[in-house]
Design a protein around this ligand. Sequence first.
Ligand code: MN
Length: 130
Amino acid sequence: MTEKPLVLLVEDNADNRVIYSTILRHVGYPVAEAGTGDEGVRMARELLPAIILMDVAMPGISGWEATRQIKADPSTAHIPVVALTAHAMAEDRRTAEEVGCDGYLAKPIEPRRVVDEVARLLAPPEPVGA
Ligand code: MN
């Protein structure tokens, strides 16, 4: 079995980190974990993961600000970021677009949906005009 690409999980809540990282590892993704936005930005630059799952509500810099920094850095701007938000609010959806998020999941998030969203964003593009 080939190694799946690295997922960086940025989430301040330890219980959520365990839930999401456990399901991702179960289906074969290696997972790096960060507990703060600053740590997430630093690990994104160091590890260059294939995709980032970004909790929005965190102490220190928010997931929105961390995403802005990741998308403003040419070395990490290409990495897809999925926002994990507390509410499916229209304002959150707008902010996710503004800061450059590639996907959006509203909590409570069924673990299977985390896996589906990662797989969707990492899937090779469909051939165009085939
Ligand atoms: Mn949080």
